[in-house]
Design a protein around this ligand. Structure first.
Ligand code: ABU
Length: 554
């Protein structure tokens, strides 16, 4: 039979038999103390000659720099990498997180382009230049691990998380098959199961994945919920489906709409539910919108609740949402990308009561748990649904006739093919701190948020936007000249200009980064985000003083 007529299955069986007998031979030789490892003397000599030629080539090419296109580490790279690591450790990790140093070196984009000269060239740069470029990159990048970077829902350089990230970067795995990523494949299942237990799914049974960011995790929720309602959709597409409707609050993350649009459900079919003053979903409005969708002949198929909204940090009433989802047979998803970390604390997990009744959860360890970017998970109570919904059985990668149990080739349940081992840095941190360490971290940041909230209540000129439930605290700073004005349209317009101006001054000075935003009719206000457990009460005072300082004469 001509070789090109054999089936894929026959070909891989033949390869398997050949490779396993070769492996056996090598192991036997090794056990017998033989040095040949199944390689003939001629082949051995050939190898030695090549190896020596290789060394000579290396020596010459290092001298004249002609082998820089070769991606193989050599002694020459060792020196370069050691110098680079020293510099990264000093400038980005240690100096970059010292309170007395700046969070950023603000530079206008045109000027920064000139300083860094990012244009690509035909000829190679020297290692000396590359080290200089690395140092410049560090210098002009924002030090997101600095204690005064309270701008975003992530921060910190956790030393163990960083170490974990270094290890995965050094190994450069892609977590789709056991043969390529044995350690990380097993580790993912252990960590995801533990997270499901913490969520409250019975015995941690269910499904889950590490995925690139909370938005994508929310997309997985939409995909699984839709598949759960209409499994035939996987092959037939959307044509014969009724109009599908998702419900989420007006304060939910924008990714719910974005992914609904991306997946062909459409922005207009995400019905936005009102929130109360704190930012929690209004249950009466949710039920009336579910009924409206039904009356319109549409199919309500998913409620996406939020545990820790992006701006106000509100927790939707999950138990009541679970009741409504049960009543109307709707998939309940909880976007706990931000607030999920509170599940680690006996004191604060009550904020997410009812999450254990959900169908799925988004939880990002890179947010409240301070794991390095990116580390996001999608967790689900329905065992096997991710694979049923997304697998496509590519024969070149997920061969079913491998010599090991192919249930460990978990990559096919993702919509990605190549995928980073984001699990490792989180697992490494978890082992370094223990679950108890994460609990202390969470309790510490919630305590700081409560302390900062009290400061805002007491300090003249500061005013809370709403009582915070999470570790993001939203407030206005009202400069002296506005304090006695009537609270009318003019006041609102003037107050709206304050936060952007303060932020500009802070960034140009490099001393602190805090974000601001408007919210519906509310003028711009600051949002201070706490997820760094190294922060102290003195730091909280520093934030207040810095905002006052940069508001002078505004
Ligand atoms: N999910 C992204 C959140 C961005 C932020 O407000 O920090």
């Amino acid at each position: 039979m001509p070789l090109n007529n054999i089936t894929d299955e026959q070909s891989s069986q033949a390869q398997m038999i050949e490779s396993s007998s070769k492996t056996k031979e090598i192991i036997e030789d090794f056990n017998n103390g033989s040095s040949s490892s199944g390689v003939s003397e001629d082949e051995d000599l050939d190898f030695q000659q090549k190896s020596s030629a290789n060394k000579n080539f290396k020596k010459m090419s290092i001298e004249n720099g002609s082998d820089r296109h070769v991606s193989l580490p050599s002694q020459h790279h060792e020196k370069f990498l050691r110098n680079l690591f020293d510099s990264v450790l000093k400038n980005a990790i240690f100096d970059g997180t010292k309170r007395e140093n700046r969070v950023l070196e603000w530079t206008d984009p045109e000027e920064l382009q000139k300083i860094l000269n990012m244009e690509l060239k035909d000829d190679a740069d020297t290692d000396e230049t590359l080290l200089k470029l690395a140092n410049e990159t560090i210098k002009y990048s924002v030090k997101t691990g600095h204690p005064y970077f309270v701008n975003q829902l992530f921060s910190c350089v956790d030393p163990y998380g960083f170490a974990g990230q270094l290890i995965t970067d050094a190994l450069n795995p892609s977590v789709y098959t056991y043969e390529v990523s044995p350690v990380f494949i097993l580790m993912e299942e252990i960590v995801l199961k533990e997270m499901r237990k913490i969520v409250g799914y019975h015995d941690g049974i269910g499904d889950g994945i590490f995925c690139p960011g909370g938005s994508i995790a929310n997309g997985y929720a939409i995909s699984c919920a839709r598949y759960h309602a209409y499994p035939e959709m996987k092959n037939k597409g959307l044509h014969n489906l009724p109009r599908l409707v998702i419900f989420t609050s007006i304060d939910a993350h924008y990714s719910v709409k974005k992914l609904a649009s991306f997946m062909g459900i459409g922005n207009d079919n995400v019905y936005l539910i009102n929130t109360d003053e704190i930012g929690k979903m209004d249950m009466n409005h949710l039920e009336s919108e579910i009924l409206r969708a039904k009356n319109e002949g549409a199919l309500p198929f998913m409620v996406s609740a939020t545990a820790g909204t992006t701006v106000l940090g509100a927790f939707d009433p999950l138990e009541k949402i679970a009741d409504l989802c049960e009543k109307y047979k709707i998939w309940m998803h909880v976007d706990a990308a931000w607030g999920g970390g509170a599940l680690m604390s006996k004191k604060y997990k009550k904020l997410l009561k009812g999450i254990e009744r959900s169908d799925s959860v988004t939880w990002n360890p890179h947010k409240m748990l301070a794991c390095p970017q990116q580390c996001s998970t999608f967790l689900c109570r329905h065992e096997g649904i991710l694979s049923e919904c997304h697998s496509s059985n590519a024969a070149y990668l997920f061969q079913k006739d491998k010599f090991y149990d192919t249930k460990f080739d978990t990559g096919d349940k993702h919509i990605q093919c190549g995928r980073r081992a984001d699990v490792y840095k989180f697992w490494y941190m978890w082992r370094a701190k223990g679950t108890k360490g994460f609990e202390k971290h969470i309790d510490s940041i919630f305590e700081k948020a409560e302390y900062f909230t009290d400061l805002v209540k007491k300090q003249e000129g500061f005013e809370l936007v709403s009582p915070p439930e999470c570790t993001n605290v939203c407030f206005w700073y009202i400069p002296k000249r506005l304090r006695n004005l009537p609270r009318d349209e003019h006041f609102v317009q003037e107050l709206h200009k304050i936060a952007p101006k303060v932020k500009e001054r802070m960034m140009k000075n490099g001393s602190m980064m805090i974000t601001y935003q408007p919210l519906r009719t509310k003028p711009n206000f600051f949002r201070l985000v706490l997820q760094d457990s190294s922060l102290t009460h003195q730091d909280m005072m520093h934030f207040v003083n810095t905002i006052e300082k940069y508001s002078e004469e505004l």
